[in-house]
Write a protein that binds this ligand. Structure first.
Ligand code: NAD
Length: 363
């Protein structure tokens, strides 16, 4: 890209630092303004990262210098803020889930079309070396024909580190909508769209003590299921066995594995970018690490975000849109079916579909 695109960040809470620090490493993006309902928080955040302007949402949306709005507010307000930003003429990259429901997310996609603006959404972790290396391995036939997958999330123990974890346990949260996006985005990137979902949901506890050292609340009510188990059937016929839970405190299950006729791929936590992908092909006696097919962007330690915003900026410059609104919508659609599935409902059809995003160029 020949220019740097100006970005305004809406929401300066827990994940803000990962965005501000991550985007600072990407010369094609510049954060020029931040906003938050908590003005003091916005000002402190701007000062910490040398961002020139901080203020209200209205000021951010009225700022002609801001081309892309990055929406990192809680899930319940994603949709109205996406809507307002698109109507204000901004391109939008929103944190996951795209919106709290597919109905709200669909309205955002319609607004993007009406306004001629582009909507993109998290997660962008599948753009890291692990997602791209696994994708290349599948496309190159290293494990033969994929026929099954497993995808497991144990508790993120959010009550032990997030100062105000209430939204993780309310509508728009829960393990399916909070962690599911990383896994389902990784799976759709590797295996294509999901056709239908069977499953069931449960809740182990109705109230949780918050133990985070900087907590602002002592306990949070649990308002959504915190344990989900499903079978996802892909258009290709691949069957994924899935368990996403906030209740399983720990487990030795793998994060994500893809099983093919010629071998198995073992992926790292899909909420990370650049960790190794391992393979064991039919006949191998040992697992081996695949060489990364793309350049690592995320630091080895510490949280990092920004590749999805870069993907959107490059798309505005004529490139493919990978972490697109349509992709995030399909992921949300699958996750919503997971949340609604029960033995009584039988299989729930996923009505949306999406092509696998273009792989990143291999150097
Ligand atoms: N915390 C994480 O580790 C993490 C990781 C990846 C993604 N996410 C996603 O990022 C988003 C934000 O998560 P978080 O943990 O930073 O939340 P948070 O509650 O810590 O921060 C959200 C911020 O948004 C502000 N806000 C709320 N409503 C607003 C409004 N109407 N207008 C402007 N500002 C508003 C709040 O004041 C707060 O500062 C969520 O969608 C979450 O799923 C979080």
């Amino acid at each position: 890209m020949s220019r740097s695109v100006n970005v305004g960040i809406l929401g300066t809470g827990s994940i803000f630092r990962a965005y501000a620090a991550g985007i600072a490493t990407l010369p094609e993006l510049t954060v020029t303004r931040v906003a938050d309902v908590d003005l003091e928080r916005a000002r402190t955040a701007a000062a910490e990262f040398g961002i020139p302007a901080a203020g209200t949402t209205e000021e951010l949306l009225a700022d002609d210098d801001v081309e892309i709005v990055v929406n990192i507010t809680p899930p319940a307000v994603h949709a109205p803020l996406n809507e307002a930003a698109l109507r204000a003429g901004k391109h939008v990259y929103t944190e996951k889930p795209l919106a709290a429901t597919t109905e709200l997310a669909r309205a955002n996609l319609v607004t993007a079309t009406e306004t001629g603006r582009t909507l993109g959404g998290a997660p962008d972790t599948f753009l890291g070396t692990a997602g791209q290396t696994a994708r290349a391995a599948i496309d190159d036939g290293l494990i033969g024909t994929p026929f099954a997958a497993t995808s497991f999330v144990r508790s993120s123990r959010v009550q032990a580190w997030h100062p105000s974890p209430g939204f993780f346990f309310q509508a728009g949260g829960g393990p399916v909508l909070d962690w599911g996006p990383y896994h389902v985005a990784a799976l759709v990137n590797l295996l294509g769209p999901v056709r239908d979902v069977m499953g069931a949901n449960a809740m182990a506890e109705k109230e949780l003590a918050v133990t985070a050292p900087e907590r602002t609340v002592e306990s949070v009510p649990v308002e959504v299921p915190t344990h989900a188990t499903s079978i996802l059937r892909f258009d290709s016929g691949v069957l994924a066995t899935v368990m996403y839970s906030f209740d399983v405190w720990d487990t030795e299950l793998p994060h994500l594995e893809i099983y093919g006729t010629g071998g198995t791929l073992s992926l790292p936590d899909p909420n990370t970018f650049d960790r190794p992908v391992r393979i064991k092909r039919r006949g191998d006696t040992e697992w081996s690490e695949l060489p990364a097919v793309t350049e690592a962007k995320a630091p080895a330690t510490g949280p990092f975000r920004g590749l999805g915003v870069l993907d959107l900026a490059r798309h505005l410059d004529g490139g493919p849109h990978r972490a697109s609104g349509d992709f995030a919508f399909h992921v949300l659609d699958v996750l919503e079916r997971m949340s609604l599935a029960s033995p009584e409902s039988g299989a729930l059809t996923v009505l949306s579909s999406v092509k696998r995003p273009a792989p990143l160029d291999r150097p």
